[in-house]
Ligand binder design. Sequence first.
Ligand code: MN
Length: 745
Amino acid sequence: MTSQQPYNPQNDEQVITDAYKVLLDSYLNSNHRRKVEIIEKAYNFAREAHKGVRRRSGEPYILHPIAVATIVSVEMGLGSTSICSALLHDVVEDTDYTVEDIRHLFGDKIAEIVDGLTKISGGIFGDGASAQAENFRKLLLTMGNDIRVVLIKMADRLHNMRTLQSMPPAKQYKIAGETLYIYAPLAHRLGLFAIKTELEDLSFKYNHPETFETLKRKIATSEASRNTFFEEFAAPIRERLDRMGLQYEFKARVKSCYSIWKKMETKHVPFEEVYDLYAARIVFECDDESLEKRRCMDIYSEITDLYKLHPSRTRDWLSTPKPNGYRALHITVMGSHGTWVEVQIRSRRMDDIAERGLAAHWKYKIGEDEDSGLTAWLRTIQDILKQPGPTAMDMLDTIKLDLFSNAIVVFSPKGDLFNMPPGATVLDFAFTLHSELGAHCIAGKVNRQLVPLSQQLASGDQVEVLTSRSQVPQPEWESMLVTAVGQARLRQALRHSRRQVVHRGEEMYKRFLADNNIEPSNDAMIKVIALYHAASKDDLYRMIGSGEVVLGELTLQRLRRKKNGTLLGFLRDKLRLKTADAAPTEQPAADGQVDLKKVYDLRLVDGKPNYELSDCCKPIPGDDVVGFVIDGNRVVVHKMDCPRVARLKATHGPLLVQTRWDETTTVRLPASVRVEGIDRQGVLLEIISVISTTMVLDMRRLNIEAYDGVFHCDLDVLIADATILTDMCRRLRSIKGVNMAARVS
Ligand code: MN
């Protein structure tokens, strides 16, 4: 291609004339009606309009429209209207001519197509193109006008991909990504198999240049042995087909680099094991369309007489063609040395349709007007597009499923493209963009919908990261991350934030002592550590700094208790731990003491609860809870899933008691609830109404924050039973705009 070598402007005239001759010859050799005159006129007009302009490669610009028109003619089998439109496709966008000028010279149809092409170049296929469902809907509308708009656009992209070499690498990468995401699936959908394969291979080449070269080399080195194998395999089949008196073509088929790579990636197999590397195709001539299927079956029968058939790899696309119109019979049989070979059997007509799409129907409708044939084709395509479901979204999904079984592609709000592994979450995306974004991420917006950090992304999603300066990275986030970069950056952020939390906790502890006129001392420290079952001084600071522990009345009580009493209590705890370890059944149940063997009933005694609620997880009646015995007779209740319980189990296991909420308990306790959603007029009113009017609950605290179209609402309600809370959250979630309503601790 000229793009690879420096272009010599001396040859301009000759090169252009030659290119045009190729185009014209292809048209004259087709079955279309001869409308050379209008093609000539379009060519001269475009040539004049682009005069003096060169492409990045140095070639005269006009070579591009000629190349696009040639693709339209040769590879798509389209006629004069499409060829003219292709020749003129960049005139309105790049020169001073208008659609009206085109209409005046070439009529309504061509003007409409050129107009369509100009319009979509800025939209769906433009620079900021992201494959949103909306865009696909737009595309459907465009196709409704004239399918040729999309086909010519496809040819335009194909030529741009073929000449991508002259683009700077950053652009190459972007264009290649877009091609793989939008154009290749669309080509597949339209049944343009050859174009789809070429687009994929070209995208692959620019996205993974080294892998592409390696694969190409491997395919080349294995060629000789493949040929020998194939000839050996084909000889007996040829003999049979000859005996049947068939006119046919029997060729070995090499899978494309991209499809080999895709298989290696999805199946995790080395190059050598991609077994349908061996594939063959039989294309037979058949004048009578009604005999095609029967002939396929005859060939099938001959081959399976010769070779053993793979029981589960026969694909009958004859009886039920693929949605894109593909018809053929695929079988896999065992060749020598136990190698599986896929054989595709199809008629010349089926082959044409498979390679060039339904446009190939053309060839078989001799003498008909281009427009009438295309109308029929357009109807077929629209039926295809309608098939997967009523919405464009479904079509998008199907396309994505086809192509991205092993990776997803998401877009930033600006339309930048990111490859992510399957299962990647909003948090992964945030960390991929920047450590700071990840560490302060509070939520995301996927396709403008508010979603939590853990939301898994799907191909085509447009993802926006919402952050808050008050957010700190959490250890639990680890489970939300699938990317290596996300996990590494989280760990780093955690180390950093842990140091900050410990520091903050230390400050808070010192301030607390100062505010209450208590001398900081080793003794005080031991008391507080004992009270909160911290593992060390730093652990205590961390608990305070993270809010897991709130210093308050309870702390003061313990600090002000007589020294020996406290120490005794502390030692008793320790001792009890030892006794319990040795013989938990011998636990004394003396006055007021807790019997560790029994289930402890949580109830009111003289109007006061016989238990304390831990302030780390704030359990309420009805919650699954566990008690923790301190000082031998006080029971502190934690929620079963409280993170501290896990630690307590490990360190103070024998002091945990099984508990049960007494049914007669009527105590109401505050529970914290967080509600999040999209901010809109009146949403707060509805939330309050659900809580106060519908549920008749007492609200103790309400704090609402709204920014960037999202609101966060923290509230405390008095709850007598956990099931009421569950019900309340369910009702809150049904309010329009509310995305999340859940209890928090
Ligand atoms: Mn173009």
